[in-house]
Ligand binder design. Sequence first.
Ligand code: AMP
Length: 114
Amino acid sequence: MSDTLFGKIIRREIPADIVYEDDEVLAFRDVNPQAPVHVLFIPKRPLATLDDAVAGDAELLGKLLLACAAYAKREGFAQQGYRTVINCNEHGGQTVFHLHVHLLAGRRMHWPPG
Ligand code: AMP
């Protein structure tokens, strides 16, 4: 099990505002939201970075993205739009080394990202 902050959230050792859970995926609100909606989708199975993913993780990665899309539809902002982001390692801006997909919505996003 992952010994990061997110591993502790999975094990309910620290609190989080959980918005979705199934056997393989957990989603909770980011403590430092960068948009009106900012939710993190993580695999329960620890995977430090996207760079660590292998072919056998393809289904899990797909499930993470599908969970984001389902959440956007359920919460009613899918049509208006949203952004998903995976930061990987130092230059990607990753700070928590348990793979996570950021789902951002509720405002217009800019491109390129800063
Ligand atoms: P990243 O920089 O892509 O690794 O993103 C890590 C994210 O985790 C940041 O957006 C943080 O605000 C968020 N974060 C850190 N600690 C917590 C926590 N205890 N609960 C929820 N989100 C957190």
